[in-house]
Write a protein that binds this ligand. Structure first.
Ligand code: SAM
Length: 284
């Protein structure tokens, strides 16, 4: 029987050289997943023997990772906003930079009243659930065109006791009737913003994520354009639209706002990339 330490070393060696991988971290996480042990037992009993069935399971997980399956899909989990989210290949793996969208939404959310916040394209539900946890009095509605994604998002909301209403719809279709004339305070989105031509050059892990979650069309701005015009009809005067954008796309995104908007701005992420764009629907 091999020990945890031996298998951990074998996993590290097998993952060495895989682009964008931390072999030590990934070997440990995959070994923990295969054996069902937690980090404390892993570090305190490295000489513990590992049954053959666990070794085979571990090597199968390593093989999937070497075949460039995203680690989050193999583990079925990803942390976002310090919460653990279930992820499946039906949803985009939540990215750390998207936490800036949550941060800015919290900064713009009205206080002292039950805010109405709409998230478009919720995927795993990470953004909507994080907002619901931070703003327990807000009404949060999250949409996606993918029913399979919405099933994952619903499970994540239940897991975290977050009160979120979900709707299967194309962008904002049907939402205006649902809210009545008062309008939403905030519309937030991490929309697909990759251009069709960029898809083939993305890392294999990214191409295992739903293409519809990433690719917007020939320029990458198609979804954003529809989002801006739809949000103009959904927001109350003075309400804000906030959305994530990709490297080098913020300026083009800002140009999509017409005279119905003011206070247009972009916010940088920790790497100095303009990552979140925000604008206010003119107050009158
Ligand atoms: C970039 S992912 C964002 C997922 C999640 N909000 C996050 O930040 O991790 C974009 C999401 O938009 C959804 N989507 C794509 N086209 C849509 C449409 N026409 N209407 C509504 N949602 C759409 C995709 O299914 C996907 O879940």
């Amino acid at each position: 029987m091999k020990s945890l330490r031996e298998l951990y070393g074998r996993g590290r060696a097998l993952l060495r050289g895989l682009p964008g991988t931390d072999p030590a971290l990934e070997s440990r996480l995959l070994l923990q997943a295969a054996s069902g042990i937690g980090p404390a037992a892993f570090w305190s009993s490295p000489e513990a023997g590992v049954p053959g069935a666990v070794e085979r399971r571990f090597l199968a997980l390593i093989a999937r990772r070497r075949a460039r399956f995203p680690l989050a899909y193999i583990l079925g989990e990803r942390e976002f906003w310090s919460l653990s989210f279930a992820v499946t290949p039906a949803v985009l793996v939540p990215r750390p930079e998207t936490e800036l969208l949550v941060e800015k939404a919290l900064a713009f959310a009205p206080r002292g009243k039950a805010a109405l916040i709409v998230e478009i394209g919720t995927g795993s539900g990470a953004v909507a659930v994080a907002l619901a946890r931070e703003l327990p009095d807000a009404r949060i509605v999250a949409t996606d065109i993918s029913r399979r994604a919405l099933a994952v998002a619903r499970a994540n909301a239940a897991r975290h006791g977050a009160r979120v209403e979900f709707a299967a719809t194309d962008l904002l279709r049907g939402l205006t009737d649902r809210f009545g004339p008062a309008g939403a305070d905030l519309v937030v989105s991490n929309p697909p913003y990759v251009a069709e031509g960029e898809w083939p050059s993305l890392p294999p892990e990214v191409r295992r994520e739903p293409k519809r979650a990433l690719v917007a069309g020939p320029t990458g701005l198609e979804f954003t354009r529809r989002l801006i015009s739809g949000a103009a009809g959904l927001l109350r005067p003075g309400g804000r639209l906030l959305f994530e954008t990709g490297r080098g796309r913020a300026r083009a995104s800002l140009r999509l706002f017409d005279a119905a908007w003011d206070e247009k701005q972009a916010f940088k992420d920790l790497r100095g990339i303009d990552r979140v764009v925000a604008a206010r629907k003119r107050a009158g």
